[in-house]
Design a protein around this ligand. Structure first.
Ligand SMILES: Cc1ncc(COP(=O)(O)O)c(C=O)c1O
Length: 390
């Protein structure tokens, strides 16, 4: 039977590679999973007040189709959060989605036509390339200096063509933990403006930073066309509940897009309503779980990076945010980064993700591991990685 060729380009290395681990697990091998960026699979949980808000909404009958754009109180609270970060938005500028994943799909569907080019940071979170390809576009990676978290403006300039429609930024980045400075963000906004491009900025890790204060795109966006994507999976520990949002700034250049994206929101009906009540509570309620979460992660980051850099054959820049280490394989005895990762899995039972899954141009020759597990698990996994590369 006929299938669409569009889907042939869709890949998601983070989950695709887990199929190999599952095969080994079925044969009785114990696997340490360091592949998935989900704090909830490593012992973290949403705060009790947030769980309670979800259950209360269910108990009190909030079980019907919500309005497509999202619960008004939630949109208002999201706008307040983004305003505090510097983005001048109100309730009407927010569209609640089933995660940043759906937000990204809607935005890409709304701006990319066959042959259009979208600039994405190399290496990148895989759906950025997959969705661009799905809608017939071409993802173009630009270079980022990982040691000082700086996008290479010269490289971006060279890669802008008449077919370019948008520049995507992810700060803090997955898989590198790079966090862009206010100056870098401003330079990127100016460049996008100069060429009439949309800026799509993903800030899902906005409160998971370790060294410097986080600066959001809103602080520098002015009236340039900025589409902010954000969600509740990471900072708010609600990954399994699937909720995120799109936030449009006040740029006049977004007028047509603001008409179009809600059509996609209506055609998919709505986001899960009880979860919207939980998200509201997670924004309005106490935030005191967050400092501990971030300091636990910082301790794990510091340990992981020190261990990786102490191993001959690996080198790793210091991630300033998120929860990923992205070491470079300096001496690879295997044919590729994917073979390295598969061999590490088979011989030591540690599952990581091959760097080329995050883009072949800048991701190849690396692997990605999460530093989410608690210290004893992390220590055991890093011992095994050390034996493997030793
Ligand atoms: C940069 C980035 N954006 C989006 C997502 C997915 O977000 P959501 O769970 O809201 O769909 C992830 C998950 O790893 C991510 O790293």
């Amino acid at each position: 039977m006929k299938i669409s060729q569009r889907v042939a380009g869709v890949e998601y290395a983070i989950r695709d590679i887990a199929l190999e681990a599952r095969k080994l697990e079925k044969q009785g091998k114990k696997i340490t999973y360091l592949n998935i960026g989900d704090p909830l699979q490593y012992g973290f949980q949403p705060p009790e007040n947030v769980k309670e808000a979800l259950m209360k909404a269910v108990r009190e009958g909030q079980n019907y189709y919500a309005v497509s754009e999202g619960l008004p109180e939630l949109r208002e609270e999201i706008a307040r959060k983004e305003k505090r970060k510097g983005l001048g938005v109100g309730e009407d500028d927010i569209l609640v989605t089933n995660g940043v994943s759906e937000a990204l799909e809607m935005i890409t569907a709304s701006i990319v036509e066959p042959g259009d080019e979208v600039l994405i940071p190399g290496p990148y979170y895989p759906p950025y390339a997959s969705y661009v390809r799905l809608f017939g576009g071409v993802p173009i990676e630009f270079s980022v200096d990982l040691h000082n978290s700086t996008p290479d403006l010269g490289d971006i300039r060279k890669k802008i063509t008449p077919r370019t429609v948008a520049i995507c930024l992810i700060s803090p980045n997955n898989p590198t933990g790079a966090v862009f400075s206010e100056k870098s963000l401003k330079d990127l906004v100016d460049l996008a403006n100069e060429h009439g491009l949309y800026i799509i900025c993903d800030e899902i890790y906005d409160q998971i930073v370790f060294d410097e204060k986080f600066v959001g795109i809103g602080k520098v966006s002015g009236d340039s066309p900025v589409i902010l994507l954000n969600g509740f999976s990471k900072v708010h520990l609600m990954s399994g509940w699937r909720i995120g949002y799109i936030s449009f700034n006040q740029s006049k250049k977004l007028e047509a897009l603001r008409e179009n994206v809600p059509k996609l929101a209506r055609v998919r009906i709505a986001t899960n309503l009880p979860v919207q009540y939980a998200a509201l509570e997670s924004l309005k309620g106490p935030q005191n779980y967050l400092p501990k979460f971030v300091s636990d992660l910082k301790r794990r980051r510091d340990y992981t990076i020190k261990r990786l850099n102490g191993m001959g054959g690996l080198s790793c820049s210091n991630p300033k945010g998120a929860f990923y280490a992205f070491p470079k394989i300096e001496k690879n005895r295997y044919g590729s980064d994917k073979e390295f990762v598969l061999e590490l899995l088979k011989s030591k039972g540690v599952l990581t993700v091959h760097g080329s899954g995050f883009g072949t141009q800048y991701g190849s020759g690396h692997f990605r591991m999460v530093f989410l597990p608690d210290m004893p698990v992390l220590e055991g996994a890093l011992d095994k990685i050390e034996e493997f590369v030793g």
